[in-house]
Design a protein around this ligand. Structure first.
Ligand code: ADP
Ligand code: MG
Length: 611
């Protein structure tokens, strides 16, 4: 799978940022949470402690006051006075009672007092207080031993009542006060964060910001922090717990008098609101930063890879032969120097290709000249014959008896001169380095042209030439001079291969191919070749001939010429069985036919007129 650099950069940036932000937010949130928890624990403990102290002071003070009141109460009249005085100093007191141990040892109520005005202002009647006493009686004996008892004496549906009972030091007298819980409640107060309440030794709510819990004598002994408060060996403590599906942080502090305990509850959710908010906001912030970073990195990586993509496109074009094209150099960074290096490479490739083409053309030309060298003896002979004829007919013409006879001589001289001229013309045309232009050609004409040049050479070697040229062949696109060069090379190779052979026949044939192309076959009855030779045949400078006779370039040049014609050349041969060279040329296709092959020189050398 191909993963683009751009994607890799973006993915890397995103991953790094996500990890960094994640770790940071995690640690920050953890730190803040821990810190917050620690301070909540401390705060709860301190608060519980201070509340318990205040409750203690309040209760001790009240108990003292009650004891003093009980001690002072001798006869009915004076006691009422004292009771009034006590009522006037304490707005929460609703009723007072004094119980004394009689001669039999049992406690009996000796005095009771209520203030009708105070009751009236609260919409209460004396009966309500009596009902409360009935429903929640004071365990007098217990008070006598424990000295102080605080009790929830509330009465449904709406009377919240706190009862404080204090016994004299000798345990013979108990003073009981019924109070509104307002004063204690004021100590406790409450905020959105914490809730504080007071429980007695059995885990019953005595004072609570929620009056319903007080009036219903709610039993909270199962709440873990209350349990701790009732059972723990230490007077203070804090813990986390769950109740009713909510997570809470709690603390307790036992009150020194009356076996009471102050309990504080803080919903964890509320306590950790700030750290949670911090985490959430940090997460949003991290998301934002990551998104911005992603956008920025997409933008920059795009800028980074755009020149690379342009380079890629240009490379593809170069690989298809468009040497010399350049990419724009847009920056001075590494990519810019890559583009510069690339452009330099492209330029050099183009120069080298031009050099290569020139060398190739020179090779073709020199191979052609070498073929010409070999042909020259035969061709000289070919020209010499008409010359001898011309001289002969000229002499005959000089002694001609009649005008008619002279006329005949002139005609013969003309035809011989034309023949010699034709041969030389043919030779010149072949030898001259030409601008390589492709044209529509008749394959048979090309074959005949080649045969004309080698005919004499072959006939000197005693080679019999048989041609089988198909009629109505399709035209091909090519360069006649180059194709002739190929055929001349094949025919001369054939002639050389048949030197010393018993049968010397060169068969040249053309035929149409089913795909619209043309096949040219050059077969000889010579010595043939081994497999090894066959493998190396088309390699440059491969020759089995003695130096001076072979250059080893003929077939390699032929091969490159046929390749430029988009055709192919191959050989069938085995030792002693002759060799057959087959050239396949593709059918003429008007859309793909090149006018000028790029691989060959297109310049017309100076001093040579174009054919
Ligand atoms: P050269 O003719 O200069 O040797 P070529 O490239 O034309 O170079 O041929 C290469 C070699 O291929 C020859 O030396 C010869 O061994 C072998 N060869 C070419 N044509 C024939 C043929 N018709 N029969 C046998 N061998 C051949
Ligand atoms: Mg050759």
């Amino acid at each position: 799978m191909k993963i683009s650099i751009r994607f890799q950069i973006v993915a890397l940036v995103a991953a790094l940022l996500a990890v960094a932000m994640g770790v940071y937010v995690f640690w920050a949130a953890r730190l803040v949470t821990r810190d917050r928890m620690a301070s909540i624990y401390d705060l709860n403990s301190v608060l519980a402690g201070s509340l318990s102290d205040q409750v203690d002071i309040g209760m001790t003070g009240l108990a003292e006051k009650l004891r003093y009141f009980g001690a002072e109460a001798r006869e009915q009249e004076g006691t009422v006075q004292h009771a009034r005085a006590l009522f006037s100093t304490d707005a929460d007191v609703l009723a007072l009672e004094i119980w004394r141990r009689d001669a039999s040892g049992a406690f009996a109520r000796a005095f009771a007092y209520t203030d009708p005005d105070r009751l009236g202002s609260l919409n209460l009647a004396e009966k309500d207080l009596e009902d409360a006493r009935q429903q929640t009686p004071v365990p007098i004996e217990q008070v006598a031993t424990e000295k102080v008892l605080v009790q929830n004496a509330s009465l449904a549906p709406d009377l919240a009542l706190l009862r404080v009972a204090a016994a004299s030091d000798d345990g013979r007298m108990v003073v009981i006060a019924d109070l509104r819980p307002d004063r204690v409640l004021r100590i406790f107060g409450t905020t959105a964060l914490y809730r504080a309440y007071l429980v007695d030794a059995r885990g019953t709510v005595l004072v609570d910001p929620d009056p319903a819990r007080v009036i219903s004598h709610a039993d909270v002994s199962t709440i873990p922090v209350v349990k701790d408060a009732l059972e723990a060996k230490v007077p203070r403590g804090a813990r986390e717990f769950q109740t009713g599906g909510a997570d809470l942080i709690g603390a307790f502090a036992r009150v020194k008098t009356g076996r009471l305990a102050v309990v504080i509850e803080v919903p964890k959710e509320e306590a950790l609101r700030a750290p949670k908010q911090l985490s959430r906001r940090s997460a949003y912030f991290a998301l934002g930063v990551i998104s911005v970073a992603l956008l920025v990195s997409i933008y920059f990586s795009r800028r980074l890879t755009a020149p690379l993509r342009s380079l890629e496109g240009t490379m593809a074009r170069i690989s298809q032969g468009e040497f010399g094209i350049a990419v724009p150099v847009t920056s001075g960074n590494e990519i810019g120097s890559l583009a510069t290096a690339f452009n330099k490479m492209s330029r050099e490739l183009s120069e080298r290709e031009a050099q290569l083409h020139e060398k190739n053309a020179q090779l073709i030309q020199s191979e052609k000249l070498s073929a010409l060298g070999e042909l020259s003896a035969g061709l000289a002979h070919e020209v010499k014959n008409p010359m001898v004829g011309i001289v002969g007919f000229a002499q005959v013409g000089r002694g001609a008896a009649s005008m008619k006879e002279a006329q005949e001589c002139f005609e013969l001289i003309e035809s011989n001169a034309e023949r010699a001229n034709g041969i030389l013309q043919n030779l010149l045309e072949f030898a001259r380095p030409q601008r390589v232009e492709f044209a529509l050609l008749d394959p048979n004409a090309v074959v005949k042209g080649a045969l004309r040049l080698v005919a004499h050479q072959l006939s000197i070697g005693g080679v019999k030439v048989e041609t089988l040229l198909a009629e109505g062949l399709p035209q091909i696109v090519g360069n006649g001079n180059q194709l002739r060069q190929v055929l001349i090379n094949l025919m001369m190779n054939a002639g050389q291969a048949m030197e010393g052979a018993a049968e010397k026949v060169l068969r040249v044939a053309t035929e149409a191919q089913s795909d619209g192309g043309v096949l040219i076959r050059v077969a000889d009855s010579g010595q043939g070749m081994t497999e090894e030779v066959r493998q190396k045949l088309f390699k440059p400078f491969f020759t089995t001939k003695p130096s001076g006779k072979g250059t080893g370039l003929g077939l390699s040049v032929s091969n490159s010429i046929i390749a430029q014609h988009r055709g192919e050349i191959r050989v069938e041969s085995s030792p002693g069985k002759g060799a057959t060279f087959l050239i396949r040329l593709p059918r003429f296709d008007s859309t793909s036919a090149p006018q000028t092959t790029p691989g060959l020189p297109t310049k017309v050398p100076a001093g040579v007129s174009r054919a």
